[in-house]
Design a binder for this molecule. Sequence first.
Ligand SMILES: [Zn+2]
Length: 51
Amino acid sequence: MQCKVLCQSCGMPLEMTEDLGKNMDSSRNDEYCVYCYQNGGFICTHLLFIQ
Ligand SMILES: [Zn+2]
């Protein structure tokens, strides 16, 4: 059984802390990667269709 965490938006493996997105309070968000999620919000507008 694999426990690898994947970004819920783009599917990128979140293997390192640096890969994790950041919440508004600078804590790490373990559901999304840094490329999708920064400062408590999504970066790429093309990802908005997911919601
Ligand atoms: Zn992502």
